[in-house]
Design a protein around this ligand. Structure first.
Ligand SMILES: [Zn+2]
Length: 125
């Protein structure tokens, strides 16, 4: 039997980009992944250099600063629970724990049902 059952949830991840486009062509430009404060997430030397070039291009009118654009991704975390052996397992359809116990998506154990239904005697002559 599963204990500590947790319902499936949908998580929403927000990814922020600071976007600069060319004044002469707003379909072309640069974007940089940033955190909630607008700070660069992966500030390698090359990324900092390109970011500085974009800011300079905004200052001289070659580029436009579109600010931070937010993209949202959603993903599902399946229901989960603790197997009798203590292992935490995710119930993504019928799931087998490393210990051999099987559960359906609601955390109901399937092994006893299977053993009753498909018992060895069915296949004996
Ligand atoms: Zn187990």
């Amino acid at each position: 039997m599963i204990t500590n059952y947790q319902n499936a949830t949908t998580e929403i991840e927000e990814i922020r980009h600071r976007v600069f486009v060319y004044a002469s062509d707003e379909n072309a430009g640069y974007s940089f992944e940033v955190d909630a404060n607008g700070d660069l997430l992966k500030p390698t030397a090359l990324i900092r250099e390109n970011f500085a070039k974009c800011e300079a291009a905004v200052a001289n009118g070659e580029m436009l600063d579109h600010g931070i654009e937010i993209y949202r991704n959603s993903y599902r975390i399946p229901a989960s629970g603790s197997c009798e052996c203590g292992e935490r397992i995710y119930l993504n359809g019928d799931t087998e724990c490393a210990c051999g116990r099987k559960y359906n998506v609601f955390g109901q154990e399937l092994r006893s049902f299977r053993d009753d239904y498909y018992g060895d005697d069915i296949f004996d002559d």
